[in-house]
Design a protein around this ligand. Sequence first.
Ligand code: ATP
Ligand code: MG
Length: 332
Amino acid sequence: MTNTTTKHRVLSGIRATGRLHLGNYLGAVKGMLELQANPDYETLYMVADAHAVTTPYEVESLRKNRREVVVDYLACGLDPEKSIIFQQAMVPAHFELEFYFSSVTTIAKMQHLPTFKDKVKQYPEHATMALLNYPVLMAADILVYKADSVPVGIDQEPHIEVAREIARRMNQGYGTDFPEPQRFATAGGYVPSLAGEGKMSKSVDGSYINLTDDLAQIKKVLGGAPTDSGKGEMIPAQGGVANLLTFVELFQGKDRRAEYEQMYLSSGLKYGYLKSELADSIFAVLKPIQEKRKDLESRPEYVEEVIQTGAAKARAIADQTVAEVKAKMGLA
Ligand code: ATP
Ligand code: MG
């Protein structure tokens, strides 16, 4: 059961829990674009709609978001001529493989993952089996395509480790030939929250700037980011100011960051100015994405065609892997 193409396969996905934000763009989409442009890679990019049901959600929002993420992908430059773009729920093989993979995964291991603990803290009433199984489904998402490269943010590293472990167990136990996938890292692998703590997340209000935000909204969110007096003997290593400096580095470069740090240590730093200049730099990155999005919104039939074509292509690959696994496991 070898991957018949000579190319490396790539799989990545974003949960359909809201609009894409700067963290998703820098941590995941930038890497997706880089690999899409590399002819040595066959790229598959999904909307992780089924992963959205692992945390509380509204049915109508999910229905809308699973399409919106496709539009965001296209607006960011994912190209259906070069990548297979699809919605996870349209490829049932993911869920079948998840079940087989769950037979080589222990409960203890899943309970100890930091992502599981975080989400349980966030939604104490929703510590469900689906949430516990999230990394197993993610392993299936990747390995159903025998992908060896996964452009995702740093927060996903423990899940990729789980995928490697599952690949090893399946290969040892059943003679399958799954690769051990690696994270494909980008410069923005960890974009901090603008609310002062943790990472930027779709599901944490005040933490994010969406790719669809206009300049006024960007200024508003940055305006709410916590700061200090602007002066001190040491540059803060964490918290609101440290996070703002990270954004400066990501959007304006290392030199600008160094200049601000110098001001902090000497004459003092004016956050109003920093935030306004940063807002302009962020908006300059988002503007072309927003223009492309507007064009896509006027072509719903094109978006629908991308969704249908992508699902058919993904299913053809995924169904074959599941058939191979069933045969190896004595189920066919
Ligand atoms: P949710 O809060 O619903 O989990 P999220 O904002 O964490 O949403 P995901 O859909 O879970 O987004 O993640 C999609 C991709 O974006 C993953 O590759 C993830 O690693 C990456 N990502 C998410 N947040 C960040 C961040 N703050 N910095 C860098 N990458 C991120
Ligand atoms: Mg997440």
